[in-house]
Design a protein around this ligand. Structure first.
Ligand code: FES
Length: 111
């Protein structure tokens, strides 16, 4: 299986540093899963990706395509958290695909 064309590089920025992650399309269901696996404990994203808890807040600039639009409960949860900036997203609602390539993802929910 040739994954070269599907390689995705994304930089995760957190409180005490940053981590360049290499992944590929299909390795992770969403950005929350990637962050939990590569960097954080289970406390990141406590509702398991339902888009309700708001513990997976991230800031991403430059998303395009389908990844740029809010999904499921995301608008309601972001509104409840008083986040009206378009670059603030729920990691559990952001797919891991080529639109993340070479972007920086800043974790806003620290646990
Ligand atoms: S995991 Fe709960 S809102 Fe994303």
């Amino acid at each position: 299986m040739n994954l070269t064309g599907n390689r995705i590089f994304v930089t995760i920025v957190y409180t005490s540093g940053e981590l360049l992650v290499e992944t590929f399309r299909g390795e992770y269901r969403d950005l929350k899963c990637l962050i939990q696996d590569r960097l954080y404990s289970e406390e990141f994203g406590q509702c398991g990706g339902m888009g309700k808890c708001g513990t997976c807040l991230v800031e991403i600039s430059g998303l395009t395509g389908e990844a740029a639009s809010l999904k499921r409960n995301e608008a309601t949860t972001l509104d409840r958290l008083a986040s009206c900036r378009p670059e603030v997203r729920l990691a559990c609602q952001v797919p891991v695909d080529s639109s993340l390539s070479n972007l920086f993802v800043k974790i806003l929910s620290d646990h």
